[in-house]
Design a protein around this ligand. Structure first.
Ligand code: T46
Length: 138
């Protein structure tokens, strides 16, 4: 997989597979995660397979998004280029840097999403209007 949009990237977690006793995945701030982690959140319970989440960009926030279980589609848009990535491997994360419009959809029912962020939640950091996002890029 190659990232074609700006303000993104791929992170790969180190893992130990120990069948049948389970797998261990490791994320270390400023090692494979390229920032200091200040907030962790996760999303589960996808009863509606037509759910669409995200639909915003951030002004300053850096994040790394992972699919720990199941799968979903991550759509990225840097204002010029667009890319859709199906996330299903827990060891592969996508970096969401500032000024990257991102949307999540196509969730499997058993999908569990993990996000690591470099700042606490702040609604004023969100750009939730696509036209405003395009204007801010100019
Ligand atoms: C992102 C994508 C990948 C909080 O109060 N604190 C938090 O830390 C978060 C993440 C959300 N909220 C509140 C804000 C909203 O009232 O929870 C509500 C739902 O959040 P939102 O609609 O932004 O959720 P998603 O799944 O569309 O987006 C989330 C993150 O908010 C966002 O930063 O990049 O996941």
């Amino acid at each position: 997989m190659k990232i074609k949009v700006k303000n993104s990237g791929i992170v790969k977690l180190k893992f130990f597979k120990d069948f049948p006793d389970g797998n261990l995945f490791i994320a270390e701030a400023r090692k494979n995660i390229p920032f200091k982690i200040k907030r962790v959140y996760f999303i589960n319970g996808f009863a509606n397979e037509k759910a669409v989440r995200g639909k915003h960009a951030h002004k300053k926030l850096n994040q790394a998004i992972f699919c720990l279980n199941g799968s979903f589609d991550l759509s990225l848009d840097d204002g010029k280029r667009k890319q859709k990535i199906r996330l299903k491997d827990p060891s592969v994360g996508i970096i969401l840097k500032p000024m990257l419009w991102h949307t999540m959809s196509g969730f499997s029912k058993d999908c569990v999403i993990l996000v690591l962020a470099d700042e606490w939640y702040k609604e004023s950091d969100y750009i939730r209007d696509y036209q405003k996002f395009k204007k801010m890029l100019r």
